[in-house]
Design a protein around this ligand. Structure first.
Ligand code: GLC
Length: 445
């Protein structure tokens, strides 16, 4: 990982953020892209958007749920691909501020989340599906494109000028246009002039065909050469050379509110967070608040369960470094911080024992974070065996054991790579140690 400036350290340490997809589309209960996916009548959609007047939106309530879940930052959709703005924009009347609601939801969000101690992120869709020039592109409608692009730039400037310190901007919807067409490089310069410490994601342009990142990116335009952090979506894959954050839904695959949806269990959501941390990245976990402006109850329940776990076990997550030191997947996952290795145990067996193979560094002390109790252990060259653990799972979600080591935890040579990776020949002596007894003719092979 390349060095990051001090003022970005908060992002590397945070590990857990709140994604919020909320807009006029929430009224349809069919995800955030219902306008396109259902090929809705544009005029009907506009009238419904303009009439949208959520009565139960209380940004302080949202901030409270997100903070208690253990999240350290949030990202709100200030405008999605439908173009309807959640703030008081001087450049359009198509906003909650100028229409029925008469409120600047972005201002309310910023104020409440900042007061709750969370860092502030703003999602902004470059795409605006109402604008023909967006679909036509600059080759077919140069003047329209120019006007549209200017509108986009002015709005971003506005968001970075009127709401105090903004920590992060999360672009999306660059497809089908490249960073050059969007004027992304100039936009970034302006953004840094307005907010020198801002973090900008990697979706400011569809990579040009023929470049290395064109193949790796998605339609959303995940660029390799542009962006302070990567945004793997629906998957948790480490990026090298820059920070990254996996964005994930708490439901199935839509981001906006969807009526009748199934919810992922808390244990799965937590596992995604732990997986991201174990690989050195963040989890940006989404909620799609309902049309009236409330987080769905199913989400609140899960957020609370995760928050309780984070209170006791958060030290294994916040500020952690990539932690897959040894092979441990048959028991759970690992994170690492300084001289500590955290074992986040998924399978809590009836034996009262947990074993870790291949740790070279000596362990000085082991503590079960879930109860605060010290744990007895035995360490050989090959294994650390923790014993006398409670038979009953000591926490509803994953128990965590902190191994305090003599130095930064490291694996011995054979354990540096995972199964199906590394040099296979490192395992030859181990295989050879079996002896010959199973062969009928008794000969060594
Ligand atoms: C994709 C979706 C978009 C969503 C985003 C969040 O780009 O198309 O609707 O907002 O992912 O990562």
């Amino acid at each position: 990982m390349t060095e990051i400036p001090d003022y970005w350290q908060w992002f590397a340490d945070a590990r857990f953020g709140q994604f919020i997809h909320w807009g006029a589309y929430s009224q349809y209960g069919r995800g955030e892209q219902v306008l396109f996916r259902d090929h809705l009548d544009q005029n009907e959609y506009v009238s419904r958007a303009c009439a949208w007047n959520p009565q139960q939106f209380d940004a302080m309530e949202w901030a409270d749920v997100s903070r208690r879940a253990g999240m350290r930052y949030a990202v709100l959709t200030t405008r999605h691909h439908d173009g309807f703005c959640l703030w008081d924009s001087a450049h359009t009347d198509y906003s909650t501020a100028k229409q029925a609601a008469g409120r600047d939801f972005v201002a309310e969000y910023v104020e409440a989340f900042r007061a709750a101690g969370l860092r502030i992120g703003l999602y902004y869709s470059l795409a605006d599906w109402r604008i023909p020039a967006y679909w036509e592109g600059p080759e077919h409608d140069p003047a329209g494109w120019e006007r549209f692009r200017d509108y986009v730039h002015r709005q971003v400037e506005e968001l970075l000028s009127n709401y105090g310190k903004i920590d992060l901007v999360w672009f999306d919807g660059a497809w089908p246009h490249s960073a050059e067409r969007w004027g992304s490089y100039e936009l970034i310069e302006t953004m840094r002039a307005l907010q020198p410490e801002i973090l900008i994601n990697n979706r400011l342009g569809k990579p040009e065909t023929g470049t290395a990142s064109a193949d790796g990116g998605t339609g959303a335009g995940e660029m390799k050469e542009l962006g302070d952090f990567g945004t793997p979506e629906h998957h948790i894959t480490a990026e090298t050379g820059r920070m990254w954050e996996s964005c994930q839904v708490s439901t199935w695959r839509l981001w906006g509110y969807t009526a009748g949806e199934y919810w992922r269990p808390a244990e799965l959501l937590l596992d995604m967070l732990v997986e991201a941390a174990s690989k050195g990245g963040n989890l940006l976990l989404n909620v799609g608040p309902g049309p009236e402006g409330r987080y769905p109850d199913e989400y609140i329940i899960r957020a609370e369960v995760i928050g309780e776990w984070m209170e006791r076990h958060g030290e294994a997550i916040y500020g952690s470094e990539p932690g897959e030191v040894c092979e441990f997947i048959a028991s759970g996952r690992q994170t690492r911080k300084g001289n500590n290795l955290y074992l986040i145990v998924r399978f809590w067996g009836p034996t009262g024992e947990v074993t870790l193979g291949g740790l070279q560094t000596r362990v000085k002390r082991a503590v079960l974070l879930s109860t605060g109790e010290e744990v007895q252990f035995l360490q050989t060259d090959e294994h650390v065996t923790l014993t006398g653990l409670p038979i009953e799972r000591p926490t509803e979600l994953f128990p965590v054991i902190r191994l305090e080591c003599e130095g930064p935890p490291e694996a011995c040579d054979w354990a540096k790579d995972r199964l199906w990776g590394g040099d296979p020949r490192r395992m030859t002596p181990w295989a050879a140690a079996r002896g010959t007894s199973v062969w009928a003719d008794g000969r060594d092979r």
